[in-house]
Write a protein that binds this ligand. Sequence first.
Ligand code: T68
Length: 807
Amino acid sequence: MDKKEFKKKFKRRLAEKFAMEVTDASSNELYQTLGSLMTSAYSQDWRETWKDYRENNQKQSYYFSIEFLPGKMLKSNLLNMGWLELVEEGLDELGIQLNDLVEIEPDMALGNGGLGRLASCFMDSIASCGLPGNGNGIRYEYGLFKQRFVDNYQVELPDEWLQKGNLWEVRKESKAVDVQIGGNVYLKPDQYGKLSPVYEGGSKLRAVPYDTGMVGYQNKIVNTMRLWSLEIPPEEEDRYRSIEARRSFEDLTSVLYPDDSNEAGRKMRLTQEYFFVSAGVQSILRYFKSLNQPMDEINQYAAIHINDTHPAMCVAEFMRLLVDEEQMSWERAWDLTRKVMSYTNHTIMAEALEKWSIDMMKNVCPRIYQIIEEIDRRFVEELIGVQDFDLIQRTRIIQDGQVHMAHLAIIGSHSTNGVAKLHSDLLKSVVLHDFYLLYPDRFNNKTNGIAMRRWVQLANPAMSKVLDATIGKTWRKNSDDLRLLLNYEEDDQVLNALAEAKYQNKRSLAAYIKSHCGIEVSPEAIFDVQIKRLHAYKRQLLNLLHIIKLYLDLKENPELPIEPRVFIFGAKAAPSYHYAKSIIKVINEVASLINADETIKGKLKLVFLENYNVSLAERIIPAADVSEQISLASKEASGTSNMKLMLNGAVTIATLDGANVEIRDAVGDDNIAIFGLTEGEVYQYYEKRNYHAIDLYERDTTIQKVVNALIDGTIPNITKEGQEIFDSLIKYNDEFFVLRDFEDYCAAQMSVNQAYQDTRRWRQISLRNTANAGRFSSDRTVQQYADDIWQIEPLFAHNDNRGVTQH
Ligand code: T68
């Protein structure tokens, strides 16, 4: 399609859909028109991709995730379709700005943070690598809450993302399935003595899939993300006549649980989990049966991936369908189940390791509980006398009245992976050590990655242009080619061009900050960024204490030779996470204090941007000079904002945690500021129990001064919160070693400050960060999953007009 044709089609579609001309239409009408042109253009490829998979009996992977966090899809789809430039120019000629239409689309925010965003990066990469893989999740009516600040406190508002409809989804009524919830199940012998389940009571939920096309990067592949929505089956209408009954039914899948890295342990959450697991597994089996292949070979057609433990019931549901519905023997079914399933662990935080009480599970999915009980019984039976008794007790699925979901996922699958080298090592040596003893071959690492297309090509067109002009365009398909940039580290023209792109991005972020927060920041200052969920282990507090120190130092000596800095935060706290919300309040109050204080001559600014989400990340990341990755070593499984920021040329201040270790390896010690305890040192403290925060406080006058500022009135309006945070450090012994790492962190900050003063050197460091980020592409990650875990292959074109781009 050329520009002329696009404009013609656009005008025609607008007339058909709205009986309007361009000049009369609202941005929303124009957005709907463009979207409808796009979906009709890629649906042909979507249908053909699906047909090709089917006709080739292609093995497919199914990524089960309770969260997906795609953000906006308009530009990403345009880019992947190869339409971006053409549409941008064509619209411009019609007097329409593409970016105005982008604003209309709500962020699709069906996830909390890293875990959901990773799932969406994978969806983009799987399609872009031409791999046959699908997503399976929940179509929440409300996404992650919208964050507002009122009196510097976080308040949460509902995210009604579906209010104006969703362009990209297709409701597939014909593919609906029913999910049985609650009631009683008992086993009854049939005429041959085989036990079959008989269900009594309970209710039936109708699961209706909404499919969204996952458009691959200029390769004609369109995969499917399938999100399940809950409806009342027509035959059950009578039970839901009252408003309350209807509401409590609909509530089941209407909201995303806003707790990241923490289990709420509520019955509704368990229902959500079973709902999308059962619907997804049933639909996989139904598709497989339509292929008329022997059930025994299903592992050659399907790979089911369990993204964290939330979908771990896939193991039991798959067993249920094979044994109860397909009459397969337990042994054969179990063998297949393990071959089909694989599992990724995303955390070592104890409170996030999901467990459900037996009672609750019996209540929500009684048959699944029976099956888990049988898996557990056989697990013990097989190992007793072979393995150490205590080891068996520690690894079994059911313990102390609780079902351990990670145990179910590991025992019922052939692969368990961590998300960065350090994390995978810790799984083997500490967190899942017992399982590593039992199944050493199942453990492996798959370091996370990010969708380069979104995080450079879309988010940072200014830098992309410089890259094209410097190293050619191949990096757009093969991110390893970013390394070619290293040939230019002494080339002042390139260094300046990259710096100019950064400056441009900083100017537009500064404008955003001005219009959204009313705060004036200078694009000449260092933009220092920490963007991630608010959590004690991520240590936003450490960052804040350093800011307070700088502020106090500047108050004492306004001539202090530091580069002007703008500290930028973006973070949501779980609504029930009191401590995290107190940190937000204190950061906001410190911001009010600092930003209004003219005596420090604008050397320091602090901005907490409201409602951090994917779209805001796309604005902040290209403008960042410094990336804060300062979690306590051993706590952050991987992190992914660290990768996005380095890719965009930010210099990282980091602990040796998660993927930071691999970023350090990629760029070398001179191009990153490492500080703080190592994971080994943290474990030593645990073992020896010899950390005493109060000693540090009493000994170190700087720490004293800074920590006291929380309670001595220096910062207004934080009487309660300041005390709470003070107590967490001093009275409750600083669980995340903030004070222990403080001095080292300040030194790292100082070294960054110095490096920035040498402009040329800084630009070189920044270039090296971008140049070495190629390995963190999620194209690489999903290819590793495809090769090592799922054993799926790209579909090769078997007719001429469906060429597949190889990566
Ligand atoms: C994150 N986990 C890890 N969890 O914290 C991060 N948890 O290090 C890693 O990079 C990322 O996963 C991808 O691997 C999460 O984001 C959650 O969001 C979550 C949600 C519900 C329940 C528990």
